[in-house]
Design a protein around this ligand. Structure first.
Ligand code: NDP
Ligand code: GDR
Length: 336
């Protein structure tokens, strides 16, 4: 019998890579989807539309992290053996505009899900998508599982709450619940308003003459950027251990937004300084200056390590966005 997994945030970047991974491992995968007025399943369409994929059975169920009754019903009906809670209002800058909603989903949403597990009485393993943003203003480098949190945005504060409620349900009710403290991870499927994707898509449009300038915020911020495809593997590995625990997942390298720009534009043969302008709208009231993760615990206990290096990640994203823009301009064949 195939193992059953439930993924919240199935339509997001990580939801799509994780479902691909679980299908490869023979799982039956359910995704929690919320109703939208337009289609928002672009990242997962290939997982339920392709009639030739024998082992693909992605099933979508309507629900919302803001709606406890839907979560209770879904968990009681599906009885998943593993639950990956990836749903969130995940944009840090936007969390300053909608702090209450961000916490409602990020913090209380996790509580609702854990309560639904407790209420159902089913034996399931729970993964919480915790974030390096919880370290925020920390001056300890690199950051590991023991580094104290210093969140710098409503988003990060909501993730600190979700982290601790996960630990609490593990200790109080013996639920197999893990926190994956993941540092930034990117891919061609990254949301278009996060800085890496904004850069690679903007660059592709500039290269093809359909955009003149790229407006960005703080270029000095430094992040530990990895590849999403590598990181979802760490999520799965956490739930395969004998004992539930919390793990930092990171590359151990940090790069500034400027370095990302130089790498991406350089790869396309352009000088970023000629195209990038600063727009204060993209600054945050409180910024996270530098993050760099120490994932030695995950490397040792999970036998996990990142495969894609910074430069290859940038190339992968630039190549993909160049193709995308070509298709937008010249149709499927990308003919010039
Ligand atoms: P995305 O922003 O790409 O995806 C977020 C997902 O959450 C979407 O599927 C979205 O659905 C869903 N969602 C939002 N609100 C609700 C709600 N009220 N009820 C149900 N679903 C909802 O995020 P990522 O894939 O990049 O990240 C996955 C998780 O990991 C998030 O929790 C994020 O905070 C966390 N994280 C991400 C990191 C990264 O670098 N990517 C690093 C560390 C943590 P819809 O399509 O309908 O909007
Ligand atoms: P982050 O990612 O805040 O680290 O959160 P983001 O790509 O939004 O910002 C990274 C850094 O780039 C700076 N920056 C800009 N950011 C955006 N979005 N747009 C810009 O124009 C811009 N210019 C400069 C930011 O100020 C910041 O310092 C991501 C999300 O996926 C979270 O959900 C996740 O938890 C963390 O990564 C780890």
């Amino acid at each position: 019998m195939a193992k059953v997994a439930l993924i919240t945030g199935i339509t997001g970047q990580d939801g799509s890579y994780l479902s691909e991974l679980l299908f490869k491992k023979g799982y039956e995968v359910y995704g929690l989807i919320r109703r939208a007025s337009t289609f928002n399943t672009k990242r997962i369409d290939h997982l339920y539309r392709d009639p030739h994929e024998q082992n693909v059975h992605l099933k979508l169920v309507y629900g919302d992290l803001n709606d406890a009754s839907s979560l209770n019903r879904i968990i009681k009906t599906i009885k998943p053996e593993e639950i990956y809670n990836l749903a969130a209002q995940s944009h840090v800058r936007v969390s300053f505009d909608i702090p209450e909603y961000t916490s409602e989903i990020g913090a209380l949403g996790a509580t609702r899900l854990l309560e639904a597990i407790r209420d159902s009485g089913i034996k399931t393993k729970y993964y919480q998508a915790s974030s390096s943003e919880m370290f925020g203003n920390s001056k300890d480098f690199p950051q590991n599982e023991k580094t104290p949190f210093y969140p710098r945005s409503p988003y990060a504060v909501s993730k600190v709450y979700a982290y601790w409620i996960t630990v609490n349900y593990r200790e109080a009710y013996n639920i197999f619940a893990c926190n994956g403290i993941l540092f930034n991870h990117e891919s061609p499927r990254r949301g278009e308003t996060f800085v890496t994707r904004k850069i690679t898509l903007g660059l592709a449009r500039i290269k093809h003459g359909v955009q003149k300038k790229l407006f960005l915020g703080n270029l000095d911020a430094k992040r530990d950027w990895g590849f999403a495809g590598d990181y979802v593997e760490a999520m799965w590995l956490m739930l395969q251990q004998k004992k539930a625990d919390d793990f930092v997942v990171a590359t151990g390298e940090t790069h500034s937004v400027k370095e990302f720009l130089a790498e991406a534009f350089g790869y396309a043969g352009l000088d970023w300084k000629k195209f990038v302008e600063i727009d204060k709208r993209y600054f945050r009231p409180t910024e996270v200056d530098c993050l760099i993760g120490d994932s030695s615990k995950a490397r040792k206990s999970l036998n996990w390590k990142p495969k894609v290096k910074f430069k290859d990640l940038v190339k992968m994203m630039v190549d993909s966005d160049m193709d995308l823009v070509k298709k937008e301009l010249y149709g499927e064949k990308g003919r010039k």
